[in-house]
Design a protein. Sequence first.
Length: 240
Amino acid sequence: MASPEAAADGRGTGLTVTTAAFAFLVLRLFAVSGHDWHTAFAVLHTLDLDDTIGLVIGTVMADSLASVLFLTLLVPVAALRLVMEVRTARAARERALGRGERPERVDLTGALLLLIAVMAVVAYLRTFHSWWLVPLVLAVGALIVGIGYGVRAGGRLRRGALWASRHLLGLVALAMLLGAATVTTPWVPLEQIELRGGEELRGYVMQAEPGFLKVLTERERAFRILTDQEVRSREELVGH
């Protein structure tokens, strides 16, 4: 049976995740709506409670700067985490064998995270042919490794690197909230919509239901509801 302290820690973690998800949603609503209260309220009603994960991933994938920053940091951090996990597992295994105990199972979280990061980079390179991303990732990785292992022990940079590694999840959450507040690109693709009256508009289809579309225009960030009879054609505008 779990101790009261463990139960309290679990409730605290759940509350923190819920609070962060709520803050991310609110910040994204105001960022994409041009900080207009009525538009943010209208966009809110196009979302479901289960859309948080898609909203986070869509935010990263829809904006070019957010994608590059995310991938540039994700690969080195994932690689560094894997190295730290291997070292920790090796030390734990040696201690367990020394006491005649059975070693614990190896945690594969770091390996899985690194695999996802590499696959994301490969997909980005194949799609946009942005080969400059490779030396950028390597440079950032070299910088992180250099700060973590190449600076003077006890120095400020070393202490800062150790502090960052211990608070990695908190820093990632803070970075995601900062991105939520500053990335104005919505989490859905940009589309060119031709209306039957001859009007053309560029916008983001926030919700498509039988009979109508809910569209957030690209420049004015006006919220419009279009019926199927008004829409002649839709074309997704690909590219960052």
